[in-house]
Design a protein around this ligand. Structure first.
Ligand SMILES: O=C(O)[C@H](O)[C@@H](O)[C@H](O)[C@H](O)COP(=O)(O)O
Length: 261
């Protein structure tokens, strides 16, 4: 069952990052209060890292029980460990190195100089196995029921490393695949697929900046997921678009601003 997207529009990208960070703190705290733990999927990119930096600076940050938080990634650039362009490297700099996470619960995607070498398919299969091992009987298939899965949105409507018309966005069975020839450098990546994304309880799409306005309008106006991967990113319980005003500037009037009662 796919949930209809909900939209929240903030004044600018800084406020969007701060408000999204506050929202994430509350969501994690609630999950930990009810289940004793929480799991979140991080995204790379400026909006994703902006949210992590805002979370690092948030006064309520340590309401989160950090050692009982599982962190996963929606995608990763297939580069050597420690490469500054890797999403996990940027996440560590923005937040992870400043909070007391349990290293066993930080599930970085394999690097290109790791145990699988340059075999990106083997790296993808290994991450799929790690996800499956973490899935419980109550989860939907071969991935844990992530509390929140965050996705940045590319100007071409890509999410994670699912780019329009490329093979990865067409995958309907596997949960993690390798990507070759990505139009956004670097060309080789590892990514969750749409079936894995749609196993999340909540999917949050982050779109801030004028350069995302067309992508948001396309994805929210009924485009197909092959041509506009962001259109296929739905959570089981909630699909939430977090935008700033410039990114919302081309949305159809039927979507934004909200009609007054
Ligand atoms: O590896 C990556 O680059 C990201 O995972 C990618 O999906 C990103 O989230 C979007 O391209 C948006 O990036 P910006 O927020 O920088 O525009």
């Amino acid at each position: 069952m796919s949930t209809a997207p909900q939209l929240v529009v903030h004044r600018d990208k800084e406020l969007m990052a701060q408000a999204a960070a506050a929202r994430l703190i509350t969501r994690i705290v609630d999950a930990q209060a009810s289940r004793g733990e929480a799991s979140v999927v991080l995204t790379g990119g400026r909006n994703g890292n902006g949210l992590l930096a805002a979370l690092a600076a948030a006064p309520a940050r340590d309401a989160i029980d950090w050692p009982r938080l599982d962190l996963w990634w929606g995608d990763e650039r297939f580069l050597p460990e420690g490469d500054p362009d890797r999403n996990v490297t940027q996440a560590r700099e923005a937040l992870l190195d400043a909070v007391p996470l349990d290293p066993k619960r930080v599930h970085a995607m394999p690097a290109s100089d790791g145990p699988h070498g340059s075999d990106v398919e083997a790296a993808a299969d290994a991450y799929a196995r790690e996800l499956a091992a973490a899935a419980g009987p109550e989860d939907h298939g071969a991935v844990p029921a992530f509390d929140v899965l965050m996705l940045g949105v590319g100007p071409d409507t890509h999410v994670a490393s699912l780019f329009p018309e490329l093979p990865a966005v067409r995958e309907t069975e596997r949960t993690v695949v390798g990507v070759h020839g990505a139009p956004k450098p670097p060309p080789t990546r590892v990514t969750l697929t749409l079936p894995a994304i749609r196993a999340a309880r909540e999917v949050w799409l982050l779109a801030a900046g004028e350069d995302k306005a067309e992508a948001a309008a396309i994805a929210l106006s009924g485009a197909g997921e092959i041509q506009a991967p962001a259109a296929g990113a739905h959570g089981r319980a909630r699909t939430l678009w977090l935008l700033d005003a410039p990114a919302a500037s081309q949305l159809p009037r039927t979507l934004y601003p909200p009609a007054t009662a």
